[in-house]
Design a protein around this ligand. Structure first.
Ligand code: ADP
Length: 404
C-alpha cells in the first residue's frame, strides 16, 4: 500500500476523534459565552428594576412626609396620631405593591434567562450534531475508499499469487518430466552405446546386434526429440504463440501420409489400419499441425490397443466441416476421465506411463486454433473413437466445379 497518498484507518480515526473533540470544545465555549450574555442581561434588568423600586419607595416616603406637614398646619378635626397611622398604612401598602411588582419583574427576568439559555444550548448542540454527522460521513467515505483500495490490492495480490503458484507447479512438472521421462530413453541410449563399444573393442560385433543397438539409439533420440518439441509446443500455446499456416489439404491424402508414417509399427505389431474417406474432401488447415494431431491420435490408438487389432481412420462432410474419426478397440476410457485427458499432463494410469500426457492437450489447442472441436466417445472395454472437426475450404463446401 502506498504510504504517501493513502492514510491508514487508525490515522483516519485519530483525525476524526480529534475533530470531534475540537467540535465539542467549540460548542462548550459558545454555550458559556452566550449564557454569560443572558446572565448579564438578567442582572442588568434586575438592577434597573431595583433602582426603579427604590426610587418609588423614596417618592412614597417623601409624599407621606409632605402630607403630614400639611396636616399639622391645617385643622382637620381629626386626631393627628390617627392621621399618621392611616398615612403609614397607605405608604406600606404602596411600598408592598412596588415590592411585589419588583419581584415579579425579577422572576420574569430569571425565567427569560432560563429560556434563553435553553434555546442557546439547543441551537448550539444542533449545530454541533450537524457538524459531527458531517465529520462521520466524511470519515465513512474515506474508510470506504480505503476499503475499496485494499480490496483491489488484495485481488491483485491473489491473482499474482495464483500465477506464481501455477508457474511453480508447471516448473515442478517440467522438472519431474525431465528427470523421469527423459531418463528412460537416455538409459537405453547409453546401454546400447556401451554394448556397441564393448563389441567393437572385443572384435565380437555382429551386424544384427549392431543394427539392433543403433535402432534403440534412434528410437530413444526420436522419443526425446518428440518430448522436447511437445514441451516447447505447450510453452508456445501458454503464451498464445501458436502460428498457423493454413492451406488447402485433401483429407484422404493426409490419411495416406499417416498410413505411410505408421506402416513400420503397424506391420511390426501385426496391427491393421483401414481408411474410409470420400474423395475431394478438402480442408483449410495447417498441414503439419493437423498431421501432428492425427499422428498423436493414431499413436495413442496403437499404444493402448492390443497387438493385432484394427485402427480405423474415417472422414465425412458435416455441413461446412470435415469430421475426422480415429477408432480403436483398445481398453477404452472411463466416462469420468473423458474430459480430463485433454488437460495438461493428465493420464489415466500414472504408474504405467507411455508419454508425457501432453499429446491430447496439444491436439486440442491445435484443433481449437483452427476453430474446430475434438472429443472422444468411449467406454471401458469398448474401444475409443476420437473425433475432430475442421473447416472445409469454402469453395469446396459448394458442389465441385467438375460436377455435372
Ligand atoms: P500420453 O499418451 O503421452 O500419455 P495423451 O495426452 O496423448 O498423453 O493422452 C493422455 C491419456 O489419455 C493417456 O495417458 C491415456 O491414459 C488416455 N488415452 C489417450 N488415448 C487413448 C486411447 N486411444 N485409448 C485409451 N486411453 C487413451
Amino acid at each position: 500500500m502506498g504510504t504517501n497518498d493513502t492514510e491508514t484507518s487508525p490515522d483516519l480515526r485519530e483525525k476524526t476523534d480529534e475533530s470531534l473533540k475540537d467540535e465539542r470544545g467549540k460548542t462548550d465555549e459558545i454555550i458559556i459565552r452566550k449564557s454569560k450574555k443572558a446572565e448579564d442581561k438578567t442582572i442588568d434588568t434586575i438592577r434597573v428594576n431595583r433602582l426603579a423600586a427604590d426610587a418609588d419607595r423614596e417618592t412614597f416616603r417623601a409624599e407621606t412626609a409632605i402630607d403630614e406637614a400639611e396636616d399639622r398646619h391645617a385643622d382637620t378635626g381629626v386626631q393627628p396620631s390617627q392621621l399618621g397611622d392611616e398615612r403609614l398604612i397607605l405608604e406600606r401598602e404602596r411600598s408592598d405593591n412596588a415590592q411585589s411588582v419588583e419581584r415579579e419583574t425579577e422572576d420574569r427576568a430569571r425565567e427569560n434567562e432560563r429560556v434563553e439559555k435553553r434555546l442557546i444550548s439547543d441551537a448550539v448542540l444542533e449545530r454541533e450534531r450537524k457538524e459531527t454527522d458531517r465529520n462521520l460521513l466524511e470519515e465513512r467515505g474515506r474508510l470506504d475508499l480505503e476499503a475499496a483500495h485494499t480490496s483491489a490490492l488484495l485481488t491483485h495480490e491473489k491473482a499474482s499469487h495464483g500465477r506464481t503458484k501455477t508457474a511453480l507447479v508447471t516448473r515442478d512438472q517440467y522438472i519431474g518430466i525431465l528427470s523421469h521421462d527423459l531418463g528412460n530413453p537416455l538409459a537405453a541410449i547409453s546401454i546400447a552405446t556401451r554394448l556397441m563399444r564393448k563389441g567393437l573393442s572385443n572384435d565380437t560385433v555382429d551386424t544384427v546386434s549392431l543394427l539392433g543397438n543403433l535402432g534403440i539409439i534412434e528410437q530413444g533420440a526420436a522419443f526425446m526429440n518428440r518430448m522436447i518439441s511437445d514441451l516447447l509446443d505447450v510453452e508456445r500455446m501458454a503464451n498464445s504463440k501458436l502460428i498457423l499456416s493454413p492451406e488447402r489439404v485433401e483429407v484422404r491424402a493426409l490419411f495416406q501420409e499417416c498410413v505411410g508414417l505408421f506402416a513400420p509399427i503397424v506391420s511390426n505389431k501385426s496391427f491393421s489400419m483401414t481408411v474410409t474417406c470420400p474423395e475431394g474432401l478438402v480442408a483449410d488447415i495447417d498441414h503439419d499441425r493437423i498431421l501432428q494431431v492425427l499422428s498423436n491420435l493414431i499413436g495413442n490408438a496403437l499404444k493402448f490397443s492390443p497387438q493385432g487389432s484394427t485402427i480405423e481412420l474415417g472422414a465425412r462432410k458435416q455441413d461446412n466441416k470435415a469430421e475426422i474419426s480415429i477408432s480403436d478397440n483398445g481398453p477404452g476410457i472411463p466416462k469420468d476421465k473423458m474430459k480430463h485427458i485433454f488437460k495438461k499432463f493428465s493420464q489415466i494410469k500414472t504408474n504405467d506411463r507411455h508419454g508425457l500426457g501432453l499429446g491430447l492437450f496439444i491436439s486440442k489447442s491445435i484443433v481449437e486454433a483452427h476453430k474446430g472441436q475434438i472429443w472422444v466417445t468411449s467406454g471401458p472395454g469398448k474401444g475409443s473413437t476420437f473425433r475432430v472437426t475442421l473447416p472445409l475450404t469454402s469453395s469446396l463446401s459448394q458442389p465441385p466445379s467438375n460436377s455435372p
